[in-house]
Design a protein around this ligand. Sequence first.
Ligand code: FAD
Length: 340
Amino acid sequence: EDAEEAALATMLAAYRGVWVFVEQTEGEPAKVSWELMGVGAQLAKSLGVELCAMVIGENVEHLCHEAFAYGATKAYLLDQKVFHFYRTEPYLDACCYLIAKYKPEIILMGATGMGRDLAGAVATRVKTGLTADCTGLDVDDKRNLRQTRPAFGGNIMATIMCDKFRPQMATVRPHVMQMPEKTGDATGEIIQERFEIDEASILTKVLEIIKDKKAGVDIAGAEFIVSGGRGMMAPENFTMLQELADELGGVVGASRSAVDAGWMPHDRQVGQTGKTVRPKIYIACGISGAIQHLVGMQDSDVVIAINRDKEAPIFQVATYGIVGDLFQIVPALTQCIREL
Ligand code: FAD
């Protein structure tokens, strides 16, 4: 048993450093990667190790410099044609190659389409754990990553540890972590690698990229959101919310009840099974404030809740609460703003 423990301690000690996977499409970084740099820097500081960026793509060296501006001191770069488009197989092979060679103790990825795909594949290949959709990350005194995330439909917060395997892997949704400040003059070390991989051996080929034409509204990036719930009563009543959102230069969001009722499309849903948002102002109209909704919006700078039930849980996270009938309050609010 002692020998087993000693072997485990040796394995754990071999892994050092906090890595953030810098997600990019055609050289354009996903903002979540920089949000992860913020929390990654705190973890690296607690552990006394370096914060590193993992940059994979073609013509992506500029992202290493951007990563330095967000706090990384080192970047592992794989800059090859084969990585131009994201595909699971080559990215998986590349990540595993870097992990085997440099042994990071923590790897963070965005809980995006790409991040979810890659993180799961990597964790399986390197036989380690992965906690998806974390809302909190810190380390304990044994250098273990404490990964907090909602569980059982958001009714409890679970803290998950991966104390016998390395690297420790976590994904975090966009907008959950605060964006760090960017520094202008930051520098770091780029470790450029080359990974031998034969294009012909890759089973997936990207033939064409077709952009989704109707992808118009981005609620995740909006600064002002006016959201409606079951209290809106009917789809046509959302016009009222759109008018208020237009006055503010914002967008309309919805609770799951409103989406399930078919009043709004799913891409407007805020919450655990929808988007996580962090606008300057979030106005919740006829939304009760179920925990699954709150996890998606409670970090907004200002929350204004309009609900006729003064006991509604939404008021617990509201900066300003208006108890009353939304059908009177929303048009009055829109009118006031118009007159400003
Ligand atoms: P209700 O809870 O029915 O609330 C309607 C509110 O409107 C009430 O508070 C009422 O007082 C108020 N109201 C009614 N009429 C008026 C009026 N005239 N003026 C003012 N106020 C009025 N929900 C999400 O939103 N997002 C998610 O991502 C999500 N994911 C989920 C995942 C799981 C696994 C589960 C189990 C649930 C999830 N839910 C999610 C559902 C969630 O539990 C709630 O059922 C849902 O959020 C309730 O929506 P609501 O607040 O619009 O409706």
